[in-house]
Design a protein around this ligand. Structure first.
Ligand code: IMP
Length: 190
């Protein structure tokens, strides 16, 4: 019988993405209760992932997994960071704000970070993992795949933005892919 792992998100898209990553892990993934919201009050990605995983595990009495991710731009002292989702009302607004704040700064270095935490049914964090993907911020959007800041995030090794990559290519090098790869060996031993 498969063990239940509750994904601390109300977003079916995120559940599907996690299912795709953890297809062979031996766990059955389900969405958290719709009316249970956890506020992201942490100042780091890891803090937010841990508080979401712990809260959802406690309320459901099941194992729970949570992630928190965002974009850190060197010349903006790591912003938008944990505020990536709250940097504007739409992806277009968020990208416009970031490009405005960066202006013609020559330092375009940035990285996507994803922290993932897994809590046991008692709400104790038993696995933590962090994945990073290094890149550069372009001066204008390029590509139409993906979501969020993908069109302005250029990965020099691939000579493509995230928004120009196939989902498979993005998965193989992305911060989320790297965070999942790092925790998978531990998850399958539980
Ligand atoms: P959360 O992890 O769901 O709280 O959202 C993090 C925010 O960071 C998203 O709303 C996006 O704006 C941004 N973000 C995280 N990962 C990616 C990615 O792979 N591509 C583009 N934007 C991302």
């Amino acid at each position: 019988m498969k063990k239940i792992l509750v994904v601390a998100t109300g977003n079916p898209g995120k559940l599907k993405e996690m299912q795709n990553y953890l297809a062979d892990s031996g766990w059955e993934l389900t969405l958290k209760p719709e009316d249970f919201e956890v506020e992201e009050t942490g100042v780091t990605f890891a803090e937010n992932a841990c508080l979401k995983a712990a809260a959802v595990a406690k309320i459901t009495g099941n194992w729970a997994i949570a992630d928190d991710s965002g974009l850190m731009v060197n010349a903006l002292n790591g912003q938008p960071g944990v505020y990536s989702a709250r940097y504007g009302n739409t992806d277009v607004e968020r990208i416009a704000r970031l490009l405005r704040e960066l202006g013609d700064n020559k330092n375009r270095q940035a990285r996507f970070v994803c922290a993932i935490a897994i809590a046991n049914p008692q709400g104790e964090i038993v696995i933590e993992s962090e994945g990073v993907c290094q890149g550069e911020i372009l001066f204008a959007s390029t590509g139409d795949q993906g979501f969020g800041y993908d069109p302005i995030f250029y990965v020099p090794e691939q000579k493509l933005t995230f928004a120009q990559m196939s989902p498979e290519m993005k998965k193989s090098i992305s911060h989320r892919g790297n965070a999942i790869k790092a925790l998978l060996p531990q998850l399958i031993t539980i």
